[in-house]
Write a protein that binds this ligand. Sequence first.
Ligand code: NAD
Length: 411
Amino acid sequence: MSDQRLGIWLVGACGGVATAATTGLLALQKNLTRGTGLVSELPLFAHLDLPSWDQFVVGGHEIRDVSLTDEADRLHRESRVLDAKLLDACREDLKAIKQRIRPGTLRNVGETICQLAAETPYQDPIAASDASGQQAVDRLKSDLQEFRQQHRLADVVVVNVASTEASNTAESSTGSSTMGPATWPATWRETQALMDCLPASSLYAIVAFELGMPYINFTPSLGAEPQGLDDLARIQNVCHAGRDGKTGETLLKSVLAPMFTARHLEVLSWVGHNIFGNLDGKVLDNPVNKAAKLQSKDQLLGKIFGYSPETLVSIEHIASLGDWKTAWDHIHFKGFLDTPMTLQLTWHGCDSLLAAPLVLDLVRFTLAAKSRGETGSLTFLSSFFKSPQGIDEHAFAEQYGWLLEWAQQSP
Ligand code: NAD
């Protein structure tokens, strides 16, 4: 790709994933790290004309008025990640990026996220300025236009790494529940009329599409899932990808479940317990926010097996663990002569550091797809997501195969 400047607009710009992705990008720009964990740095993709790290400028939306450097320091202090020397080298850049972070919208995000915003509020009450969905879209759009103009950006990718909204319903920002349609309409025209019911994640997607910018939904929130939003993306000739980054326990499930199928072993039950202590975990402690995540983590097994074993997924917030997530999976299965057997495994990963490289990879691959003129949902990126949009394949090997196939079709 040429040496044009490109923008990454992070929605949830001071959260754990955003802070790790931003610091990671700075480390790459300063040659302070190698590409471990980055799929796009694999030799398999070396022939692609992907943007280079130093082309990127970061900005974003947030609902908490917090310092990006404090958030990075907190990750270092509480979770023992992000090296102190690396942080010192990035400190001034992180301060500059904070100047490019604008107040986001709280429309229909649910009570927990509104409370989170209230703990460290921006001076201008955000929710009050977004009396309607359209007003929110107009305000957010002007932030992105300014970012694009000020930094002379040839393209900007909007990435949703904000807290998980209350489960696919639209709860009003005042807390009262106004459910969104069970089935969203198929066209943009019909969906537009329901703009006031859409949650923030979908409003950010609309903003991106109307400005001709790709949108990536790294969260289980609704985002660009309604068909009417995909319709808007296609009208605007722009692409999108989502949803819910596949970083840890679900990644393992999507690799291991096909093994049981291939060996004709019958899985009777699959139990996954997840414990972690970061801000995401705190938001997911509320059952309405947790519901979207649980559904995203649980659905794939039945789809891979073609039958439904007993399943249980739990997510519990244990503050002392900080950003470190432990997942314990217990798989009970039947072998030859109906003999019951068990596989147990423990995954101990740093949540933000697992997610951050995938965010950067998705930005690069999405920009490459845009330059190839691809529009609508980018199904070749399904291996990155727990709930891939526009496709019902969950086995990791098949999904990864599509990424490789796409890369081989490189012009
Ligand atoms: P986090 O709680 O640390 O960060 C979320 C940030 O979003 C916070 O700073 C919050 O203030 C901000 N925010 C909330 N609502 C907003 C809105 N409407 N507009 C703008 N900003 C808003 O969470 P995290 O660990 O960074 O995870 C971010 C998202 O990515 C979550 O939805 C999470 O479920 C999802 N995700 C994370 C992982 C992972 O960490 N491994 C994997 C898959 C998906």
